[in-house]
Design a binder for this molecule. Structure first.
Ligand SMILES: Cc1cc2nc3c(=O)[nH]c(=O)nc-3n(C[C@H](O)[C@H](O)[C@H](O)COP(=O)(O)OP(=O)(O)OC[C@H]3O[C@@H](n4cnc5c(N)ncnc54)[C@H](O)[C@@H]3O)c2cc1C
Length: 399
């Protein structure tokens, strides 16, 4: 008999979270097995987007896991969604190509009008429309989001957008993009977090008609871009929620994002530990497996310990989220622990492979580069520590 899935909202301490959703793990693993090392190497060599992979995940319904059934999704919990992301990265794949399709729509789901949800969510759930992009970061203001300079000025039934964004991912593989822009100048708001608004930009109408997209070559094969807005017209009906409250809506979605990204890091971490262990068992130098040397096995064991600990914090954060309870602290801690654990595991795996770790055919150098990104994006480690210091430990605000 198939194991009964555990409801994460009521999960008890003696239940093993790794036993959750075995059927999801098996199904995602078997889908990912169709996209082997040769596939990912070919995609990278060609600087291409893993279109066939993203399409397969979409068609199987995995990327609409968080869309409620009423809008055509499967209405799974965040815990289940995190297991999907973990398994993709654990299989050697890269969720960075598709994770946006799972969580960007959360802003629309929570803050959009019923008409907006009916208009877009079923099409996102079926994969007919891709909403994989979210444009927040700007070149001159970086993490200091409230100072962003892109403006959206209302003119009749439209907003006119001007400004610039940077590092905006998957724009060329999305139909819809969330945009955060200033609708009231900073010097006219009571609080600096006010006066920002979120819009759905239909990229099919926008590109070439006020929006220019310039790809950024980068360290990983990640489709990311500079965006230039020059009097782009966005219909006023595409404003999400109330004008001026957009930052709150974006921040509101960040806990889910942090937990899902933590799960990707955990998937990477397990992949690195498994690769390192296999190699350390098989590679014979000085007439014995290198893994017989404690100087080789201890770092692998430590990396595993850290991944396991990070995974527990991910489950705790996801459980709180699914129960509708505050989880800012746990989501941030999970992301930090998981990003650190995957990066350490990557380093250990590379070291364990000696020179072969640098050969592209082993995939380790690719995954090493991919997992490094999580120290910076979507939120840098320092900013998480700053959140914990200020909001959890009540230390003085530093900025
Ligand atoms: C591949 C890639 C994809 C991305 N995709 C997207 C996307 O789709 N959408 C989007 O909006 N953004 C995206 N980003 C942007 C990403 O979220 C930012 O790069 C990240 O948040 C850091 O911002 P920044 O690069 O402006 O760094 P900065 O804010 O300039 O910070 C630089 C460094 O200084 C540190 N720092 C800054 N201020 C402080 C402080 N007060 N205390 C301590 N340390 C500080 C930071 O931690 C960081 O290490 C992406 C980035 C990359 C690299």
């Amino acid at each position: 008999m198939a194991p009964v899935p555990i409801d994460p909202a009521t999960m008890h301490a003696d239940q093993d979270p790794d036993q959750l959703y075995p059927e999801i793990r098996d199904a995602v693993r078997s889908l990912c097995a169709g996209f082997d090392s040769a596939y990912w190497q070919r995609v990278e060599e060609q600087d291409a987007f893993p279109e066939r992979f993203v399409q397969a995940l979409t068609q199987a319904g995995w990327l609409s896991a968080l869309i409620p059934e009423a809008y055509g999704g499967s209405g799974l919990s965040l815990t289940a969604a995190s297991v999907i992301m973990e398994e993709i990265n654990r299989s050697g794949g890269n969720s960075g190509a598709c994770h946006g399709q799972m969580y960007v729509m959360g802003c629309l789901l929570r803050h959009g009008s019923e008409a907006q949800k009916q208009r877009w969510l079923p099409a996102i759930a079926s994969g007919e429309l891709r909403m994989q992009s979210m444009a927040v970061t700007e070149p001159t203001t970086g993490t200091d989001t409230t100072k962003l300079k892109t403006t959206a000025v209302r003119q009749g039934d439209k907003y006119i957008v001007n400004g610039q964004k940077v590092w905006i991912s998957r724009v060329q593989h999305s139909d819809l993009m969330l945009l955060l822009a200033r609708t009231t100048p900073l010097d006219q708001v009571r609080r600096k977090s006010e006066g920002l608004s979120v819009f759905v930009v239909d990229l099919r109408d926008a590109i070439g008609k006020g929006l220019t997209v310039k790809p950024i070559r980068n360290m990983v094969n990640h489709e990311t871009n500079e965006l230039f807005f020059d009097n782009l017209e966005v219909p006023a009906e595409n404003l999400i929620g109330e004008e001026g409250q957009g930052l709150k809506y974006i921040l509101d979605g960040l806990n889910a994002e942090r937990i899902l990204i933590a799960a990707e890091c955990i998937g990477d971490g397990y992949w690195f530990v498994e690769r390192a262990s296999n190699y350390a068992r098989d590679r014979i130098v000085f007439d014995r497996p290198i893994g017989q040397n404690q100087a080789v096995q201890f770092p692998i064991a430590r990396a595993y310990v850290n991944v396991e600990a990070a995974s527990l914090m991910r489950y705790k954060a996801a459980r709180l989220f699914d129960a509708g309870r505050p989880c800012g602290k746990e989501a941030n801690i999970a992301k930090l622990l998981a990003a650190d654990a995957s990066w350490e595991a990557a380093n250990v795996c590379l070291q364990t492979h000696g020179g072969f770790g640098f050969a592209a055919e082993y995939d380790i150098e690719r995954k090493f580069r991919e997992t490094r990104l999580y120290q910076v994006a979507p939120i840098s480690t320092n900013l998480i520590l700053s959140y914990v210091a200020e909001h959890v430990l009540e230390l003085p605000r530093s900025f």
